[in-house]
Write a new protein. Structure first.
Length: 675
């Protein structure tokens, strides 16, 4: 029996067994609505003020996250300022994000406090992570500016933190159940189930499982123009080879100890999908397939000893398998498998020297190994050692944090037994000042250095890699302000506004460059990039009538990101590919009794798809309008929720990535039951 069939049978059998166990339990259900059951703040053990962040973040969570027409982490991140999303279209299309034009590799993605890794190409496909079990998504520019964190947290130019749901039980409750099913366009069917069990007063367990299947077919219009603006091609067709079948299982154990907690997570994601190729000159290929098996086990233990000292230990083991096939008859057949393993261990310590002044130290050790079925593969391994020292103050109306990180990387290739060592110090300084005693207004600034290591593909990919590559280096400067205030009474309940201006300078940027022979490329350090930008965000919550709640959120980003590498190149000082000068989003929501309506708007301005800013590479602006309608009702001990979504309401034709058309108007209907 093929391994993928065995795996799916195991998955289905496991779901049946778990379901049997669930209904064998004593059911003591609650009549509390689903959002009340699931809303719990992040478990943080506090001594005094040692864990407070210096610079505020952008967050989406709770009801706001539920109401959005989003099903994956990538969909939610579109509503953050400073983020650019690469979306290759459809339910199964690969989705990656870029922060402030610095590239995907400079953004760290953390899942319940531990970074997701991909040493092969450095990119995390966020379309693989469902929002059904996610409680909050947070974006930090620079870094998460709290000194009690892992060493790797100090090393990224930006970070996304994904916090999954943790069980919360009211008095007398011992179990929660939730089932959700979605049917939509492109033959989409998505089903998820959640079980939460209180084992005793200090320990709880949860299991989240789900699967998604879709044909990936959708109508699109492909229209291209000649340089004289005459129509070259104008075709309406159906997108093919975008099918997906994926399963996800996530199990958790949560425990509380004296002045601390512990947490263990097991995660499995298995998928098989088609890769619809680019449409070039009105011709598209459909021969690519990809299978992914991603699994990891991670755990965390944190404890405070008195009011001054706290410690945390976290660890992770991960295994990733990627199977790529290309059966296009016009090309040479490809059938490659890639295997990654990762071991990770980190320990963090924080001590409060005196009230308002804390110091911390963290150490991370990470081991990565990559193997493949390709001929003469380098079989690289990497040891990463990171040590951070940080100090933070919180006196009167000033909060500040200074940190320095030392990173030592040891690479080895087992094919020729060669080694390569690199080490670097990267400092950072964050300051936040509150002019007034209510702390509603804050003025902030930071400067930070970071770097990103070349990936295994950059260094060792056959006929492409360059083992002598240097890490990309980045320096970030940011200055901004924020006003945030809440009221208990009146029509206006919450109002916030923030604006940041920033400048990023990237050197030794890694780019692919021709070697002088046709079809032969290599990776070189030859890039210099200067990025100027402005991020603006505002939100408000209104309660004009009893039981009527209105929320609004708007984001705007301006980015001028230019290549300043070589004055002799035709694209010197041109805008980087796929970086629009102007982009933004808007979310409006209203709830009244059991009804809810949510409207969202996303805009990306004109941009270019190649380094040279000429009319042939120009891409027109695009925007989408999404609308959602929900109805919730309590029926005894059961809470029902129905949702109707209409995405791309005006059925606009657009590409996020050139020649990868996105779906036109599409629909989804969901039904959710909570016990």
């Amino acid at each position: 029996m093929p391994s993928n069939i065995r795996l799916r049978l195991t998955f289905l059998l496991g779901c049946i067994v778990w379901t049997s166990l669930l209904f064998a339990q004593d059911t003591d259900v609650s009549s509390t609505p689903a959002d009340t059951i699931g809303s719990i703040g992040e478990v943080v053990v506090r001594g005094k003020l040692v864990f407070r962040e210096v610079v505020p973040s952008q967050k989406l969570g709770g009801k706001e996250l539920e109401r959005m027409s989003s099903h994956s982490i990538a969909d939610a991140l579109r509503y953050f300022s400073g983020i650019q999303l690469k979306d290759y279209g459809g339910v199964g299309g690969i989705k990656t994000v870029n922060i402030r034009s610095m590239g995907t590799h400079h953004l760290g993605i953390y899942y319940d406090g531990i970074e997701l890794g991909n040493a092969q190409n450095g990119q995390i496909d966020l379309g693989q992570f469902s929002l059904d079990n996610v409680e909050e998504v947070t974006l930090y520019n620079g870094q998460k500016s709290a000194i009690f964190q892992t060493a790797s947290d100090f090393g990224n130019a930006g970070s996304v933190y994904i916090r999954t749901r943790r069980p919360r039980f009211l008095h007398g409750e011992r179990q929660h159940l939730r089932f959700k099913a979605t049917y939509g366009s492109s033959d989409l069917f998505r089903s998820t189930a959640l079980w939460e069990q209180k084992l005793n007063d200090d320990v709880s367990a949860s299991l989240s499982a789900g699967f998604v299947t879709a044909s990936g077919k959708y109508k699109f219009r492909y229209r291209r123009f000649n340089l004289d603006h005459t129509v070259a091609w104008d075709t309406t067709a159906t997108r093919q080879n975008g099918d997906i079948h994926a399963e996800r299982v996530e199990a958790n154990l949560h425990g509380v100890i004296d002045q601390g907690y512990w947490h263990v997570k097991g995660y499995l994601y298995n998928s098989a999908r088609g890769i619809p190729g680019a449409i070039v000159n009105n011709v598209w290929r459909r021969g690519e397939r990809q299978g992914d098996l991603n699994t990891f086990v991670q755990g965390a233990w944190q404890k405070s000893f008195g009011d001054r000292y706290s410690t945390r230990v976290m660890g992770k083991w991960a295994y990733y398998r990627t199977h790529y096939e290309n059966n296009d008859p016009t090309l040479l057949p490809v059938d490659n498998k890639y295997y990654q393993q990762e071991f990770y261990l980190t320990t963090s310590h924080v001590y409060e020297v005196m009230r308002g002044w804390s110091v911390s130290m963290s150490y991370d050790a990470r081991y990565n190994k990559l193997n493949a079925t390709t001929y003469r593969f380098a079989r690289p391994t990497r040891w990463s050692h990171l040590v951070s020292l940080a100090t933070g103050i919180d006196f009167w109306r000033v909060k500040a944090q200074a940190s320095i990180l030392y990173s030592f990387i040891h690479d080895r290739t087992r094919l020729d037994n060669s080694t390569n060592d690199r080490g670097r110090f990267t400092p950072a300084l964050f300051v936040n000042v509150f002019p007034f005693s209510d702390h509603a207004l804050s003025l902030r600034a930071y400067v930070k250095e970071s770097f990103r290591m070349p990936t295994f593909n950059d260094l060792y990919y056959t006929d492409l890699g360059n083992a002598s590559l240097r890490p990309e280096r980045a320096t970030q400067y940011d200055i901004g302000m924020m006003y945030d205030k809440s009221w208990q009474r009146g029509a206006l309940r919450q109002l916030s506004f923030q604006i940041d201006g920033y400048y990023n300078h990237v050197t030794d940027k890694i780019v692919a460059y021709p070697k002088g022979q046709q079809f032969r490329w290599t990776m070189l350090n030859m890039g210099k990039v200067k990025i100027h930008g402005i991020d603006v965000g505002a939100s408000a919550t209104l309660a004009p009538l009893p039981q009527l709640l209105v929320t609004g959120r708007v984001q705007y980003t301006y980015q001028d990101a230019r290549d300043v590498t070589d004055p002799d190149t035709p694209y010197y000082k041109d805008q980087l590919p796929y970086i629009p000068w102007h982009s933004g989003s808007l979310i409006l929501g209203a709830t009244w009794k059991g009804w809810g309506v949510n409207y969202s708007f996303i805009y990306a301005g004109e941009r270019y798809n190649e380094p040279e800013n000429i009319i042939y590479n120009h891409m027109e602006p695009w925007y989408t309008n999404d609308l959602g309608l929900t109805y919730e009702r309590q029926m005894g001990k059961m809470h029902w929720k129905a949702t109707l979504e209409v995405n791309n309401l005006l059925s606009q034709d657009y590409d996020v990535i050139v020649n990868y058309p996105m779906p036109k108007r599409n629909y989804a209907l969901s039904l959710e039951l909570t016990l």
